[in-house]
Ligand binder design. Structure first.
Ligand code: F6P
Length: 365
């Protein structure tokens, strides 16, 4: 089938590098293949509501260094389990995939590029199974998408966290305080682990290794006894104490997204350490700062490579695949192998052993 018209949407939480992908898909599709490119606004919502914008070489000019996504996104539009609030305040779920597929056909699209994380790729895969030719492009600051070594957006988030750690280090040292930085990452500790190592943290707590608070206290106390009352702790938002639960700021059942909002573990640990140690403890929650702003060169380059390879995959009819980075090469991975699956930190990962070998505590019992 000769492709004439393609659509692109960005779904889930935004991250830096999305505009690099949009620009690369648009330019590759137009300059090399002379296709028409349609931007679907606000993720799958735009597919349901027929909200689109034409993308051209001119309209995507200057967007490479911009954070966010020029076509918008949402993490609320699961077409197969669409949630909305009823007048009585309760949540109802319905399957709206047929409307989306009808709109896809009405738009005259020959291919849909779905840019998103694990949840978005799962929806894309189901759309593909239902007859829409889909190609997935992996994105998320969490770096937890199965099938790819790196997602774009991650390196930028790590750099933001490292910058924060450098700043917390100077103020923490001056005041001889214990400084805690809570970073994002959901159930994966990649951001905490990489930023903690690169930012010189003394303790890194990740969701994959439940922490023992006594071990955390011991590390801080030993440092203080050795003449360094200052310590830096990086904690992933999904980390939990041994035998305890993750700390959530909003439960899944109350949210349109259908997943819990994590947050609060940094302040929880600060409270406990503050009570048990004779030291001042402060917590900083980095939050959405990790998702905004200009992408690093790594993420611009990765986004551009993935966008180009996605267009070539479409040209060769390789639908139902994810363009993925494996050992520095962009390859195609079947969506059914990776959609909806997360890649967390294996507790024996080389980064974990490296961290422990250089004296960083992971709060293990
Ligand atoms: O998945 C990306 C992410 O930033 C997670 O790290 C975080 O838990 C979540 O999204 C925050 O979502 P929201 O933007 O809905 O608060």
């Amino acid at each position: 089938m000769a492709i004439k018209r393609v659509g692109i949407l960005t779904g889930g939480g935004d991250c830096s590098g999305l505009n690099a992908v949009i620009r690369s898909v648009t330019r590759s599709a137009i300059i090399k293949h002379n296709w028409h490119v349609i931007g679907i606004e606000d993720g799958f919502e735009g597919l349901l509501e027929n909200r689109t914008q034409p993308l051209t070489v001119r309209s995507t000019r200057d967007i490479l260094p911009l954070g966010g996504t020029v076509i918008g996104t949402t993490n609320k539009g699961n077409l197969f389990a669409y949630r909305r609030v009823l007048p009585d305040g309760t949540l109802a779920t319905e399957d709206r995939s047929k409307e989306a597929i009808d709109n896809f056909n009405r738009m005259g699209l020959d291919c849909l590029f779905v840019v998103g994380g694990e949840g978005t790729q799962e929806i894309g895969f189901k759309l593909h199974q239902a007859g829409c030719p889909v190609i997935g492009i992996p994105k998320t600051i969490d770096n937890d998408l199965y099938g790819t070594d790196y997602t774009f957006g991650f390196q930028t988030a790590v750099q933001v966290a490292v910058d924060a750690l450098d700043r917390l280090t100077t103020t923490g040292k001056s005041h001889q305080r214990v400084m805690i930085l809570e970073v994002m990452g959901r159930n994966a500790g990649w951001i905490a682990l990489e930023s903690g190592i690169a930012g010189g943290a003394h303790i890194i707590l990740i969701p994959e290794i439940p922490y023992d608070l006594e071990k955390v206290e011991e590390k801080v106390r030993l440092r203080a006894e050795g003449g360094s009352p200052f310590s830096i702790i990086v904690v992933g938002e999904g980390a939990r104490e041994m035998g305890g639960e993750q700390i959530v700021s909003a439960a899944a059942g109350t949210r349109l997204q259908g997943v819990a909002q994590l947050g609060g573990v940094g302040n929880y640990i600060a409270g406990r350490l503050g009570r048990n140690l004779d030291l001042e403890v402060r917590c900083t929650v980095l939050g959405h700062v990790q998702r905004g702003g200009t992408p690093t060169s790594f993420d611009r380059l990765l986004g551009t490579r993935l966008g180009h390879c996605a267009v070539e995959a479409a040209c060769q009819g390789e639908f139902g695949k994810l363009v993925a980075l494996k050992s520095l090469e962009v390859v195609l991975v079947p969506l059914d192998e990776c959609a909806g699956k997360v890649r967390t930190v294996p507790p024996g990962h080389q980064l974990v052993t490296c961290a422990e070998a250089i004296g960083i505590s992971l709060g293990r019992a």
